[in-house]
Design a protein around this ligand. Structure first.
Ligand SMILES: Cc1cc2nc3c(=O)[nH]c(=O)nc-3n(C[C@H](O)[C@H](O)[C@H](O)COP(=O)(O)O)c2cc1C
Length: 447
């Protein structure tokens, strides 16, 4: 039997997510992202395709690194305008029963006390289908929006996150004991004060003295995702993440990263999802034609605005063929490393733009449904990945083709489930209990 493949849709509550410019295609409906039906239809589609989850990216701040201006991002709708991803989840949960929701939330600018309540609320309202992609941000524009001069240094952001995680674990896992909720109508006791603990924390970044506001939700701690694979990022992932999201790339590189992450996290299991963009057709020729058609709508300006911000390099300062010597930088270091692997250590703006096939650095996998199914299976087997985070191309047709074409092809090959496993998001992903177990640090806080 081939390795089982899991699918997430990789999306964002905005017009231009990864593949910039696709919204200008006449059949694309991304610009309807403010309408409730847009999200309800998406959730129903994904559940029909037995997707494990909808993974929603989020970024605080605007992409203003290119030419020191936000104009390109605003003009091309590169991740702005952007809604709050947490707010779109409950409505989607109401029209689905099994689909998981992994939302990205930046911990740098929100007090742990407030954030812990928001996630507990979502875990309750989704019946235990919520996940959190833990991020600390990579934009100075976000720091300025929050009254600071600039963001913290790369590795310091991970230290901040370590302290934050301890506090939210204590709120989710420790504050309300297992037997705390009595719902004793006859005795008039809703909960037992002796079993509800006040959490006190004093650390370098945070102070807190509080009871968690929510009673225990199905999963308590949401399923924890992490994206970011710098050396420091890997240490963080190994300690906290249950699922890791990696950029795609050559199988050998991704296999190495996955093996390193799994070795660091052992004996804990890690599910790894790799980013992918698919362009499918009934035949290879049809897929090639579709790629050419989509490509006419890709936005180089939007892709440059996005790349400049996430790599932390203002490409506006360089001529087309001027070598760009990039250090690790203070944005996403693993993206800089991937860039250098793809184009050579001293890459050029022209080299970068050449990689923007559909409006991003993520190269599409193009082919017939049957061929792409085989290639995904081969890639998963060569890398050890558990599945793919599929970014959108022309929406919704690109996803509909996955649900109606690729999923059945993967099923025919024995590489895709035919029904959801029962239980919460965590149970579906790992087949164990709804709550984090030892040796995960969160479990240590549960009395
Ligand atoms: C595939 C991928 C997706 C990411 N998605 C987000 C996101 O939605 N929001 C965000 O603020 N950061 C996102 N990041 C950035 C990282 O979470 C964060 O900046 C990172 O931990 C720093 O990366 P590094 O450890 O590789 O340097 C993403 C990173 C990668 C590699």
């Amino acid at each position: 039997m081939p390795r089982e493949i899991r699918l997430n849709a990789f999306d964002m509550a905005c017009v231009g997510h990864i593949q910039q410019g696709m919204w200008t295609h006449p059949r694309d409906t991304s610009a309807e992202y403010m309408r409730m039906d847009h999200w309800l239809d998406l959730a129903r589609l994904l559940e029909r395709g037995l997707f494990d989850g909808l993974f929603l990216a989020d970024v605080l701040g605007i992409y203003d690194v290119l030419d020191g201006s936000a104009d390109a991002a605003i003009r091309s709708a590169a991740q702005v305008p952007l809604l709050d991803p947490a707010m779109v989840v409950p409505a989607m949960a109401a029209v689905t029963r099994e689909l998981g929701f992994g939302i990205t939330a930046n911990l740098s600018y929100e007090a742990p006390y407030l954030f812990a309540r928001r996630m507990s609320t979502l875990d309750h309202l989704t019946g235990g289908r919520i996940g959190w992609n833990v991020v600390t941000g990579y934009l100075d524009s976000a720091a300025r929006a929050m009254g600071l001069d600039r963001q913290m240094q790369h590795d310091d952001r991970y230290d901040l996150a370590e302290e934050y995680m301890e506090i939210v674990y204590r709120l989710w896992e420790e504050s309300w004991g297992e037997g705390a909720v009595l719902r004793d109508r006859a005795g008039g006791r809703y909960a037992d004060p002796a079993a509800v603990r006040r959490i006190r924390h004093e650390g370098p970044q945070y102070r807190l003295d509080a009871h968690h506001l929510c009673e225990p939700s199905p999963q308590r701690t949401p399923v924890l995702y992490q994206a970011g694979a710098s050396a420091r990022g890997q240490v963080f992932a190994a300690r906290h993440a249950e699922c890791v999201f990696l950029n795609g790339g050559p199988a050998a590189d991704v296999a190495r990263t996955i093996a390193e992450l799994r070795a660091l996290a052992a004996p804990r299991e890690l599910r790894v999802f790799v980013g992918a963009t698919l362009v499918l057709g009934r035949t290879e020729a049809e897929a090639g034609k579709k790629l050419a058609e989509y490509r006419r709508h890709s936005s180089v300006e939007g892709a440059l605005a996005h790349a400049s911000a996430s790599l932390g390099i203002d490409f506006g300062r360089f001529g087309m063929d001027e070598p760009i010597e990039a250090g690790p930088g203070n944005a996403i270091q693993s993206n800089v490393a991937a860039m250098k692997r793809a184009t050579g250590p001293a890459f050029t703006k022209r080299g970068l733009i050449d990689q923007f096939i559909l409006g991003s650095r993520q190269k599409p996998m193009v082919g017939s449904v049957a061929d792409v199914a085989d290639r995904l299976i081969e890639y998963a087997e060569a890398t050890g990945a558990d599945g793919f985070n599929l970014s959108r191309t022309v929406f919704p047709e690109g996803l509909e083709e996955v649900v109606d074409g690729l999923v059945p092809a993967l099923q025919d090959r024995g590489a895709y489930k035919r029904a959801y496993a029962p239980g919460t998001y965590r149970e579906k992903l790992f087949g164990a209990g709804p709550r984090l177990a030892a040796p995960h640090p969160a479990a240590g806080f549960r009395a």
